[in-house]
Design a protein around this ligand. Structure first.
Ligand code: SF4
Length: 285
């Protein structure tokens, strides 16, 4: 039994992920066609299993040939390049674009400045699907860097954007490196506040509790990051995928008074609610 249960202010699905998941389930309900998502909608097994049970499966660039004009493909929040979009459309399938509007804004800037002759620099992870998609909007000519280390720029005009989940410190480092080499540098801080907000409120909560619970998939990088942050401030931080993984000792220890909970941007509300319901059963009345 414990006395208090504190839920971090910003926890769970971000706006863009929620929109993509809702779009797919809404389409499935009103459409008779087979619904596919282009790649997994989120890095969370519970969500992927839930969508599969509803008959929403995945397709990727290597098996587009299984699509036909009776199918519908949902583009996830990470977005895609215009070339990939074209390939999907060429299958005859209907395409529903659930790219997060914040990512669409990056595509527009990359395209606009590339067409004006700027060298595009993207601060982020070169293998992340969002970055791969954004690079397509400048014909895959972007220089992609994590923190500007070893970066040599010969172009006279440079436009810098960031992956939406990138650290601000890395973005600023790249601006510094590029500004020393080029006269004309245009920068857009395209980092999304959802990640930062989740990290700040998880940290604030972890500082005040005896046990901190992070809910989400171990394959989700943003949830793993939350776990790392919480662990720094609360030595009893635990990582669970869903309510069935809540450890027994949590309910048996007499030293635990306050329990905190947070969840990654890819953790659905129904999983968070299930965990909360189980925990509330052990709150002192
Ligand atoms: S983290 Fe931000 S940019 Fe990415 S999907 Fe969520 S709301 Fe959109």
């Amino acid at each position: 039994m414990f006395k208090e249960l504190i839920v971090a202010e910003n926890a769970g699905f971000c706006f863009g992920v929620k929109r993509a998941v809702d779009t797919s389930t809404d389409y499935k309900e009103k459409s008779k066609s087979d619904i596919y998502t282009f790649g997994p909608l989120v890095h969370n097994k519970n969500v992927v299993d839930h969508l599969r049970q509803k008959g929403i499966n995945e397709v990727d660039i290597n098996n587009l040939d299984k699509l036909n004009d009776k199918d519908t493909v949902i583009i996830r929040s990470h977005g895609v390049s215009p070339q990939v979009m074209e390939q999907i459309k060429n299958t005859g399938a209907e395409v529903v674009d659930a790219t997060c509007p914040y990512v669409l804004a990056i595509h527009k800037r990359v395209k606009k400045y590339y067409e004006q002759g700027y060298q595009i620099v993207i601060v982020g992870d070169k293998n992340h699907p969002e970055v791969v998609g954004s690079n397509g909007w400048c014909d895959n000519t972007a220089i992609i860097t994590k923190d500007g280390e070893g970066l040599v720029i010969s172009a006279p005009k440079v436009c810098i954007v960031a992956q939406t989940t990138e650290k601000k410190a890395n973005f600023e480092k790249v601006i510094e490196v590029v500004s020393k080499q080029c006269k004309e540098v245009v920068t857009f801080n395209t980092i999304c506040s959802a990640t930062k907000e989740r990290q700040t409120s998880a940290e604030d909560t972890a500082k005040t509790v005896d046990v901190m619970i992070v809910v989400g998939s171990r394959s989700s990088s943003n949830t793993t990051k939350l776990y790392e942050i919480c662990s720094k401030h609360c030595e009893n931080t635990i990582f669970i995928d869903n309510g069935s993984e809540i450890p027994k000792w949590l309910f048996e220890s007499e030293n635990i008074k306050k329990v905190g909970i947070t969840a990654g941007a890819s953790t659905p509300d129904w999983i968070i609610q299930d965990v909360l319901e189980k925990l509330r059963g052990y709150l002192e009345k």
